[in-house]
Design a protein around this ligand. Sequence first.
Ligand code: ZN
Length: 251
Amino acid sequence: MDNYYNNYNNISNLLLSLDSYIIKDALENAYVIKTLITYDIDIIIKIFKNYIQQYSDINLSQIDKFTNIVSIIIDNQIFYIYCYNYSLSRYYYNSTECYFDCNLIYIKYNSNYFIFNHYSILYNEIYYRRINRKFCYLVDNFQNILFLLIRNTKISTTLKNYYISKINYAQKLILNGWIMDEYYLRDKSWTINYWINYVTKLSVIKLKNNIKNKIENKCIFCNIKFNNSDIIFNINNLYIHHKCIINKLYS
Ligand SMILES: [Zn+2]
């Protein structure tokens, strides 16, 4: 593993020295480095080839005009560097991950770790929330889903896809043992969690003491009683199976 850390740090430091941002995704893979680059991808490749010793192969795949993936093989390990030619704010508005507080952390040369400071949240708060595997959604834009759920009002396909991508990203964190709470938006939040966590940790999720633990234990769509290991979507006082809300959004 010694080589792994050396190689990882060498690649990161080279990127930082080129004025790039390194994105600290909560779900990042150990061999993936996501970065916002400020130089052309050709320059980045040239610098990698000149300064990374003992690499056996470096390849470039272009995903689109703004996204390239560089794969570097060193010591029989493959590192994938996702290079985005975006500004930090553009990356923020384009990506699903950034709408969750756990993904607001970046590294920059000489400024160490910092957060995208569009919200009134401090770096320390996010740091400890990540250690405790807690996260929340940041933008108050899920209100239209209530019309769909309660009144069966039609909503646009674009908006449905938007909701599906956010809900499914949150589900990945839940499957990795995270808890989604109402930390930032409070009553305007939505969350998804294992049902057992709504039953036993409702005051932690809602961030309220003395909360009445009387919550509906049946899905409003399929009317089936929840099992502890079911993943459940919650908005206001509505509780719905993850798969039922996704089906509804696809219908
Ligand atoms: Zn259901």
